[in-house]
Design a protein around this ligand. Structure first.
Ligand code: GLU
Length: 421
C-alpha cells in the first residue's frame, strides 16, 4: 500500500490555497498557514535486544496554535517522512477547528516498522522519543495521541516518561490512554464510530438512508474496524474489506464481529473464511457499492484511478486518502465525499473529552461521552452540508471546500483576535 509517490504536503497546500481564495484572504495569510509554526526532528538512539544501537528518526510538527495547544497523533510507519508529518499536522489544525475544539494542530511520527521490534525495543524507542520532544509537548502545549500503528500502550509509556521527567502525574499530556490510566472506553471506537455517524448522515441526504446499503472498507485498523461495526449495527451491509495483505468480498455481507476476531488473532482479514472471493488491497475502492470508507493511508484515490470509483458516497476515515486532482474527477462524477477533517474527527473529539476528564480528576460517564461524540459529529456534518448547499456553487465546489472554508475561517479569526496578524 505505497503512499509515498506523491507529496501529501503539496496536496495539503493546494487545499489550503483554494480555501484562502474562497474566503478572500490575503497571500500573507496563506504564507503563514502553509508552514508549521515549529518542527522538531530527533535522532533517537535505541539499545536493541542484541546489544547493538540503532538510530531512528522522529518528528513532531506543530502547525498552528491560534485556537489552543497543538493536538494530534503520532504514527509509527516505515514510510513516514517530514513532509507527511507536516501535512498531517496541518490537517489536524483544520480538523480541530471544524470540530470547534480549543486546539491547534500537531502531528508526530517515527520512521520505523513497529512489527519488526520486540516489545522491549518498542518501549525504549517510545520513551526516548517522548523524552526528546518533552520540551515542546505538555498538558497545555501539545497533547499527542495514537495514530497509525500506535495505541494505548504507547500512550502509557509516553505519559509515564513525561511524568518521570517532570516529577508529577501528567495524565493530560497524551490522550488515547488505557482505561486505568485515565483513558475512555469510547476513545477506542471513536474514530470509526464517528465516521459511521457521518456516513449515515450523508446516506440520508444522498441515498435515503443507510439501512440495507452496501459498504466497502479499505483498511482494517482501528478506524476501519469500528466504522464497519457501527455501520453494520445501523443496518448497512459490509460487503468488502481489505488490509495491507489483501481483501475479501461477500455480496451477502460479512460478519463484522467475526472479522475483527480473525484480524486480531491472525493479523489479517484474508484469513476470514466465509467469503465469495478474495480481492486485492485496493479493490474495495473500485466496487459498485453505495458507500466507500477509505480507512488506510494517504493518496489512495488519485487522478490515475478516480474514474474507476463507483461508490455514491465516500466517508474518509483515513487522513488524506483522496488527492485534489483525484477528487476533481469524483466531484464531476457527482460522488459526495465527506472529507477526512470532518469524517475522522471522532478520535480527537473524544480525545478532547478525555483531556477535560483528566483535568477534572475523572468525572464523566461513558454514555455521556458517546452521546457527545454523536452530537458533535452530526452537528459538524450538518454545518458543513448547509454551508456547501446554501453558500457555495455546488456544481463547482465540493464538500471538502466547504469544510475547509469553515475551518480556515475560525483559525483566521482566532489569529486576528489574538493580534497575531
Ligand atoms: N490521530 C488521530 C487523528 O488523526 C487522533 C488525534 C488525537 O486524538 O489527538 O485525528
Amino acid at each position: 500500500m505505497s503512499h509515498t509517490t506523491r507529496d501529501p504536503y503539496e496536496e495539503a497546500k493546494k487545499e489550503l490555497k483554494q480555501a484562502v481564495e474562497i474566503l478572500g484572504l490575503s497571500d500573507e495569510v496563506y504564507e503563514i498557514l502553509s508552514v508549521p509554526e515549529r518542527i522538531t526532528r530527533v535522532s533517537i538512539p535505541v539499545k536493541m535486544d542484541d546489544g547493538s544501537i540503532k538510530v531512528f528518526t522522529g518528528w513532531r510538527s506543530q502547525h498552528n496554535s491560534a485556537l489552543g495547544p497543538y493536538k494530534g497523533g503520532v504514527r509509527y510507519h516505515p514510510d513516514v517522512h517530514e513532509h507527511e508529518v507536516i501535512a498531517l499536522s496541518m490537517w489536524m489544525t483544520w480538523k480541530n477547528s471544524l470540530a470547534q475544539l480549543p486546539y491547534g494542530g500537531g502531528k508526530g511520527g517515527i520512521k520505523v516498522d513497529p512489527h519488526k521490534l520486540s516489545p522491549g525495543e518498542l518501549e525504549r524507542l517510545s520513551r526516548k522519543y517522548f523524552e526528546m520532544i518533552s520540551k515542546v509537548v505538555g498538558i497545555d502545549e501539545d497533547i499527542p495521541a495514537p495514530d497509525v500503528y500506535t495505541n494505548p500502550q504507547t500512550m502509557a509509556w509516553y505519559m509515564d516518561e513525561f511524568s518521570r521527567l517532570k516529577g508529577f502525574h501528567a495524565f493530560g499530556v497524551v490522550t488515547g490512554k488505557p482505561l486505568i490510566l485515565g483513558g475512555l472506553q469510547t476513545r477506542v471506537i471513536s474514530t470509526g464510530h464517528g465516521t459511521a455517524v457521518v456516513a449515515a448522515e450523508a446516506a440520508k441526504k444522498v441515498l435515503g438512508g443507510i439501512e440495507g446499503k452496501t459498504v466497502a472498507i479499505q483498511g482494517f485498523g482501528n478506524a476501519g474496524q469500528f466504522a464497519a461495526k457501527s455501520l453494520s449495527e445501523m443496518g448497512a451491509i459490509i460487503v468488502a474489506v481489505s488490509d495491507s495483505k489483501g481483501g475479501i468480498f461477500n455480496s451477502k455481507g460479512l460478519n463484522v464481529d467475526k472479522l475483527i476476531d480473525v484480524k486480531l488473532k491472525t493479523g489479517s482479514v484474508v484469513n476470514y473464511s466465509d467469503v465469495e472471493k478474495k480481492i486485492g488491497t485496493k479493490d474495495p475502492l473500485y466496487l459498485d457499492v453505495d458507500v466507500l470508507i477509505p480507512a488506510a493511508l494517504e493518496n489512495q484515490i488519485t487522478v490515475e484511478n478516480a474514474d474507476q470509483v463507483k461508490a455514491k458516497v465516500i466517508a474518509e476515515a483515513a487522513n488524506g486518502p483522496t488527492t485534489p486532482d483525484g477528487e476533481e474527477i469524483l466531484t464531476k462524477k457527482g460522488i459526495v465525499v465527506v472529507p477526512d477533517i470532518l469524517a475522522n474527527a471522532g478520535g480527537v473529539i473524544v480525545s478532547h473529552i478525555e483531556w477535560v476528564n483528566n483535568r477534572m480528576g475523572g468525572w464523566l460517564k461513558e454514555e455521556e461521552v458517546k452521546a457527545r461524540l454523536e452530537e458533535k459529529m452530526t452537528n459538524s456534518f450538518n454545518a458543513v452540508w448547509d454551508f456547501w448547499q446554501n453558500k457555495l456553487d455546488t456544481s463547482k465546489y465540493n464538500m471538502r471546500t466547504a469544510a475547509y472554508a469553515l475551518a480556515v475561517k475560525r483559525v483566521y479569526d482566532a489569529m486576528k483576535l489574538r493580534g497575531r496578524i
